[in-house]
Structures are given as C-alpha cells and as structure tokens.
Ligand binder design. Structure first.
Ligand code: KG4
Ligand code: ZN
Length: 371
C-alpha cells in the first residue's frame, strides 16, 4: 500500500512529563520555539532529596492542563491551530509518563472529532529528543540545521550515551554507561557532600569555588577503544575522599603497626571540584576516541541535564573547535527536560511516511528508552 504524501506539520505541541518537570511547548517547523513552559517540581521533592514517583505523578496530573494552556497562550495560538500533538512516552517514571501520554491522547482524540484532517499524536523517545534540542531557536539565536553525519551525546540523570547520527531519526548507539549515569553520579556525590536537592547544579556551583586535587580521581577507560562509560568507581572515589576509606579492624591494625596515617580526607568544595573534573574528563576522553573512530562526522550534538554543567560546556566548546566539529549545545532552558525537544523530534518523525501509519492512539508509556 502506498501512503499519501504527508503535509508538513508546522505547529506541534510537545508534552513532557517523564520525571519531575511538567512541560509543554509549541514548536514551528521542528526548530522555531513559539513557547516553552516548564513547571518544575523541585520544591515538592527537596525534603526527600530525590524524586518521589507518587508525588511526581500527582503533581503532573494537577499541572498538565494549566501548563498546556500556558504554552498555547504564550505561542499566541489556540488548540485549533495545532497540526500535531507529541508526547514523551519513554523512558521515565511510569506513573509520570502515563499522565502525559493520557493527556496527549485525550487532546488529540478531542481534536480529531472536530477536524476534517486527523491530528496525529506522536510518541517520542525522550533520550532521542535530547539529541535535537541543540537546533532549537531562542530569542537571541535563530534555529540551525544539524549537518550529518554527527556525533550525539546524551548526558542526563538516567542516561550517558554516545550515538552516530546519519539524520535526526537514523542513529546508532556507539557506547553507553555500564553502571551509573553521569547525572546520577553528580546527584549521589552531591548527597554525600550534604548539598541540597537538586544535587547536580549545586555541586557545579560548589566545584567552582575550589581547585581540584592533583593527581585527580582515576578515569574509567574500560578498554583502549571502548566508547562505553562508567561512573560508579568515580562516585566511590569521591565518597572515600570526603569520608575516608573504610577499614576493617585487621587492616587498621596492620596500618597502625606500619605507622602509616589513614588515607587523607578533603573538604566538600575540593571533592566537588575533583569529582566534576574527572566526570567531565571521562566524557571528553570518549568523545576524543569517537572523533578518531568516525573521522567523517561534521557535528556534535549534545543534550540532557548535565549539558547545563559549566565545566562540561566550556570543555565541549574547546573540543568542538579543536576537532573542527559544529557544536549543537542547547541553551540552558533546552538542556533540562522540556516539551520543545519533544515537539522538535516529532516533526522529523512525522516527515517519514512509514511512521505515520504507526502513529495512533494505541501506544503507551514505557519505562525504558528504545535507543
Ligand atoms: O535531562 P534531565 O533534566 O532529566 C533526565 O532525563 O534524567 O537531567 C537531570 C540531571 C540530574 O541528574 C541533574 O542533577 C543533572 O541533570 N544536572 C546537572 C546540572 N544541571 C542538571 N549536573 C551537573 N551540573 C549541572 N549544572
Ligand atoms: Zn532528560
């Protein structure tokens, strides 16, 4: 069966509820952001020092409709102007995802009954969407098309992965973390250092006040040409540097007999700075390897919450310049979870006729990424 040509979808509403941000945005032509509303739940989870899934999904249920209304109002459009609805349906907290998925389906279903042309509802993989966030416009930056092939890096609370992209929708994973995600390591080290939630940005701020230790913490190289990552050893190195290396009675007695002092401990700013340098060095090490293994790449596109990190941003800019890669590093509002990146990727997905057939109300929320 041949599918009918697909009309370009100009205005797409993107909905994102995978974790603790209730977000909605209107994006034109997959790159021009008309509105981007993010209702953060940080205040609700702060006292637990982590996201509480039940609280997150309840808050999404309360906030989704007002956030969508605000996104439409800020874009100066009504529901009738929408050409498609997109929703992040994976990965994430299942209860949180379900709120966005059910909301998007209800909205599209309602719009279908009043339209001659069906309004598609597009399920979007959140991790994949982080890879296109760098091309979105801001009031100060016009949108930029990503040249391909490109390297893609996702550094978030749940993922740390490298990809080779031949187009926005055709990509292959080159490597991923074999244990903790980088954002998870930032958050856990921040908790060790008694920093308030959310850990990553607070650790970033503290790290800027100190000089990292030299030599620093060891980097996980894994194997000479591996593009995988590991952060759990680094997290433990930070724990021991702050609290001391745990010793059994037997080990302590032997050390004392040798008249050796216990392993030194360091203050929180020094541990934060040393950890942050090692975490960022690990990312740059793997990017360097990927660049050498895929010399044809023309661009580097980066996304995910940790791409807001000050040191990582500075190092990525320097790396891309030296490696002659065009860098797509999102402005801060598109690094963290947002609906604009969801709408952006939906535009690319809708441009592929084969995907349209799959786009229907039958999809559901899935806790894992397909990438
Ligand atoms: O992409 P994101 O908002 O949610 C997920 O998809 O996971 O990423 C959240 C992660 C959290 O671990 C948070 O601590 C981290 O991004 N993060 C940062 C910074 N801002 C957010 N980590 C380091 N430095 C930052 N400035
Ligand atoms: Zn994310």
């Amino acid at each position: 069966m041949t599918l009918a040509p697909v009309p370009a979808r100009r205005l797409i509403l993107g909905i994102e509820t995978s974790c603790d941000e209730t977000a909605a945005a209107v994006v034109e032509d997959g790159c021009r952001v008309r509105s981007n509303i993010i209702a953060s739940q940080h205040d609700l989870h702060a006292e637990y020092r982590g996201v509480v899934p039940e609280i997150a999904s309840r808050a999404h249920a309360e906030r989704l409709v007002p956030v969508v209304r605000a996104a439409l109002a800020a874009a100066n459009i009504t529901l009738d102007d929408l050409d498609a609805v997109a929703v992040g349906n994976r990965p994430g907290l299942i209860g949180s995802l379900l709120v966005g998925v059910a909301g998007a389906k209800a909205l599209a279903f309602g719009l279908r009954s009043s339209r001659a042309r069906p309004v598609p509802v597009v399920p979007v993989d959140h991790v994949h969407a982080h890879l296109v966030a760098g091309r979105l416009s801001t009031p100060n930056h016009p949108p930029r098309p990503i040249p391909f092939p490109a390297l893609g890096l996702v550094v978030s609370g749940g993922h740390t992965s490298l990809y080779l992209l031949d187009s926005p929708t055709r990509l292959r994973r080159l490597g991923a973390t074999i244990d903790d995600a980088i954002g998870e390591a930032f958050d856990k080290v921040a908790a060790t250092l008694n920093l308030p939630f959310p850990g990553g940005p607070n650790l970033d701020r503290l790290a800027q006040t100190a000089t990292p230790l030299s030599p620093g913490f060891p980097l996980a190289r894994i194997a000479p040409d591996s593009l995988d990552f590991s952060f759990s050893g680094l997290k433990t190195a930070a724990l021991y540097a702050f609290r001391g290396v745990p010793e059994s009675d037997w080990v302590r007695t032997k050390r004392e007999k040798r008249n050796e002092p216990p392993a030194p401990t360091f203050d929180a700013p020094t541990v934060a700075a040393t950890f942050q340098h090692a975490a960022v060095d690990t990312i740059l090490l793997k990017l360097d390897r990927a660049r050498a293994q895929f010399p044809a790449v023309r661009a580097l596109t980066v996304g995910g919450g940790v791409s807001a990190n000050s040191l990582l941003r500075a190092r990525l800019i320097a790396f891309a310049a030296a490696a002659n890669l065009e860098l797509f590093l999102p402005p801060l509002e598109y690094c963290l979870d947002n609906g604009a990146m969801i709408a952006a990727l939906a535009f690319d997905l809708l441009a592929e006729p084969a995907r349209i057939a799959e786009t229907d109300l039958a999809f559901t929320a899935v806790p894992t990424s397909a990438l």
